[in-house]
Design a protein around this ligand. Sequence first.
Ligand SMILES: [Zn+2]
Length: 267
Amino acid sequence: MVEGRGHGLQRQLALYTDRNWTEWLPTYAWAIEHSEGVIIVDTGQGVHLLETSRSYHPFLRWEVLFRIEKEEEIGPQLRALGIGPRDVKKVVLTHLHMDHDGGLAHFPNSEILVSSNELRTASGWAGRIRGYLPNRWPSWFDPAPLDLTAEPFGPFALSRRLTDAGDVAAVSTPGHTADHISILVHDDETTFILAGDTSYNEALMLGGKVDGVSSNESISKATLDTIKTFARSRPTIYLPTHDPQSGSRLTNRRLVGVPDRAASQAA
Ligand SMILES: [Zn+2]
């Protein structure tokens, strides 16, 4: 899943034949503390995912495993940071996979933004067959369409501003899902890419290694190239959801391609 093996159908079937597991990976969700209101990017897991091992869906039953407790869901974690549900103005989802929409129930009062094509892909029985969990969305879930416009943002073909100040924007990063988006946050000279599942870690992005989940390998590869091109054009910090290094990279503001000093000293 994390790094595709082979090409075409072989790469997709390898998801089911490879019996090796990664170590436990984090699922990050992000809070942007902005003067226009807090923006949340992805909502992480929920304890309902602990039931996937009983699912009839072969991917959910055999190919993923979750570990989470109630107080680790995004609501309690934000409260611990002093951010209450009413402080959150917007919630943006990079895509609707279950470890990104699992905390939606904590945001009944926020504006929720999702690509309308991604919403269509994830909805109903067709969505469930594709491995989404629309049956776990809160009953009130009715996101506003986050449709990007043909307004290029650097090398990204489509974009949309999420703040009046223009310092937070959604950009198209298709591949992992057909309508996957990433969020760019500009802070002075530096840009943070809240990258969702464009790759499972930075090394895979830099190596142009497509994951085992993407349906279209060449589109995924092109997105990884676009991110690399962007990172060459300005100081960039790359933060994928499941990269064990994303937390320390954010804290230390470590730029793409700059080796982690602590890690290399340990080596
Ligand atoms: Zn995903």
